[in-house]
Write a protein that binds this ligand. Structure first.
Ligand code: GAP
Length: 513
């Protein structure tokens, strides 16, 4: 069986081969950690964005959207804390000259302890069969207990070092845990330094005295600076939320794992403004709502988990991640943060404008508290693809590669395939497409054998293939073939839309949240 690493490599090349994701400026050998979305990728990405946008703005009458500019007044980033505090602790290996994030090296070490425990448990489960009591095993097995204790100790030490911003202690942890550079295999580490992640550029010509501005590292600040505009123009009452989808830029130093960590990426963020003191309850509510949104896609409930933050960002009083099980372990896809009144208060201070809400029920004004849900479109895209990618052995010994993308998100919904390129079958196929194309992204394909055409559609995750044959010209029926089961069924053309509509409907997906 292929290892997770091999599967991930295959997925990356699959993405390129089938028009999902290309390296940026590919003909110039690419640009580090920057990617372009191809003809199928953009459809999937747009569908993910629609699923998120509709879930926010249609399902919550008190959530509205905006689209703010990438460029913002430079003081925004002073007020938000990004100029002073948006940095990563970096460490270099002197032999390989490779640079790493110190916190990521330690997190990976913690994950190794977890893997060891899981492997031990799986082995025991196989040995004991049905009689296996996993909880008891984890609580009593001496080897598991020993690894668990090491993990807990490392975790506590790491959290303390992060919270104290103690770079020397972080380095000492790397030394004590005997963490080696994956490239050189040595422990020859430099000191740890801090590195700001914001890209900057200049606005205006140098002769006029150009202003240094930043490419936004998060979309959230565009929401905060528009709080008053939206609240007043929309006559919004607390609690209410503002949602936005847009590009963000970070000069990531350790950019690995394909589109997981990019320098230009897209975020879907929603800031929910609440009364001070009510933030804990809203934090809990949004945690659950967001988890339901993920699980509704049906990629497998076990693939998700919450991960509470050890180190809170400079603005937060509670934070958790929703992690998805990628081929390289459980990884953050979304962050949910209780940001207190940090941002609005800070913008009040720096702008000199009063940013408050008069609450008629309390008969007083206050700076609202904020619960933020922040998800990366690209990471969501990666989680959908890794969850959907599957290689299946068929009865004839062949292997089919199929993307079991949730149908409502699939780039192409329906492929229409005339059995042969003559006898009026292409015309009939086109007629079917012409009826459905207003609602569904359809693809027409008449080249190669039907089997090959099915494989091509499996590879891009098309949920339904419809074959038009000679009988169909007489009885007005077609054969519909289902992607996941490969089962085929004869259906009257007039019923086709009804058969495919249920699973393709975004509305139905939204109803399951
Ligand atoms: N406004 C809060 C914020 O930006 P974050 O945890 O830094 O919080 C939120 O980012 C989400 O944005 C992450 O959960 C991740 O999905 C996505 N993200 C962050 N950095 C990224 C990167 N370099 N490449 C791709 N996605 C990224």
């Amino acid at each position: 069986m292929a290892s997770q690493e091999e599967i991930f490599k295959k997925l990356v090349s699959h993405c390129k081969e089938y028009g999902f994701v290309f390296p940026s400026s590919d003909i110039y050998d690419g640009l580090g950690a920057v990617y372009d979305y191809g003809q199928n990728g953009v459809e999937l990405k747009n569908n993910i964005k629609k699923y998120w946008w509709d879930s926010m703005t249609l399902l919550n009458e008190n959530v509205v959207g905006i689209d703010s500019a990438v460029f913002m007044h430079p003081t925004v980033w002073k007020a938000s804390g990004h100029v002073d505090a948006f940095n990563d602790p970096l460490i270099d290996n002197k032999d390989s000259k490779k640079r790493y994030r110190a916190d990521v090296l330690i997190e990976e070490q913690i994950a190794k302890y977890e893997d060891k425990i899981n492997r031990e448990t799986e082995k025991a489960a196989k040995r004991f069969g049905d009689a296996f009591d996993e909880q008891k095993f984890r609580e009593t097995n001496p080897r598991v207990q020993e690894t668990e204790a090491k993990k807990a100790a490392l975790h506590a030490r790491f959290a303390k070092a992060l919270n104290d911003e103690n770079l020397e202690e972080l380095r000492q942890i790397i030394i004590d845990e005997e963490i080696v550079c994956p490239v050189s295999g040595t422990r020859n580490w430099t000191e740890i330094r801090r590195f700001n992640l914001m890209f900057s550029t200049e606005m205006g010509s140098t002769a006029d005295g150009a202003t240094k501005i930043y490419l936004r590292p998060e979309t959230a600040q565009g929401i905060f600076v528009n709080f008053l505009n939206v609240q007043k123009s929309g006559r919004m009452k607390i609690p209410f939320g503002i949602a936005q989808i847009g590009k963000a830029f970070r000069n990531e130093i350790v950019a690995r794992q394909f589109i997981f960590r990019m320098r230009e990426f897209e975020q879907m963020e929603m800031q929910f403004f609440v009364r001070p003191g009510e933030e804990a309850a809203w934090f809990e509510k949004w945690k659950q709502t967001r988890m339901r949104w993920h699980k509704a896609l049906g990629l497998g409930d076990k693939k998700y988990r919450f991960h509470d933050h050890d180190k809170l960002a400079h603005y937060a009083n509670a934070a958790t991640d929703i992690e998805f099980e990628m081929p390289f372990g459980f990884k953050e896809v979304e962050g949910i943060h209780s940001r207190t009144d940090f941002d609005l208060s800070s913008h009040e201070k720096f702008s000199g404008k009063k940013i408050q809400f008069f609450d008629p029920e309390l008969n007083r004004s206050y700076v609202p508290y904020v619960i933020e849900t922040s998800i990366g479109v690209d990471r969501m895209f990666l989680s959908v693809l890794t969850g959907a990618y599957s290689e299946e052995k068929l009865e004839d010994g062949e292997t089919r590669t199929v993307l079991k993308i949730p149908p409502a998100l699939a780039p192409v919904k329906l492929a229409v395939l005339p059995l042969v390129k003559k006898d009026g079958l292409p015309e009939k196929a086109r007629e079917i497409m012409d009826n459905l194309k207003f609602e569904y992204h359809c693809q027409y394909d008449e080249k190669d054998s039907i089997g090959k055409r099915y494989r091509r559609q499996d590879a891009i995750g098309t949920p339904y293939c419809v074959t038009v044959d000679h009988d169909g010209l007489v009885d007005n029926q077609v054969t519909i073939r289902y992607r996941d089961t490969m089962q085929q069924e004869r259906v009257p053309i007039v019923r086709l839309e009804q058969v495919i509509a249920e699973k393709l409907s975004m509305k139905n997906l939204l109803k399951t949240i």
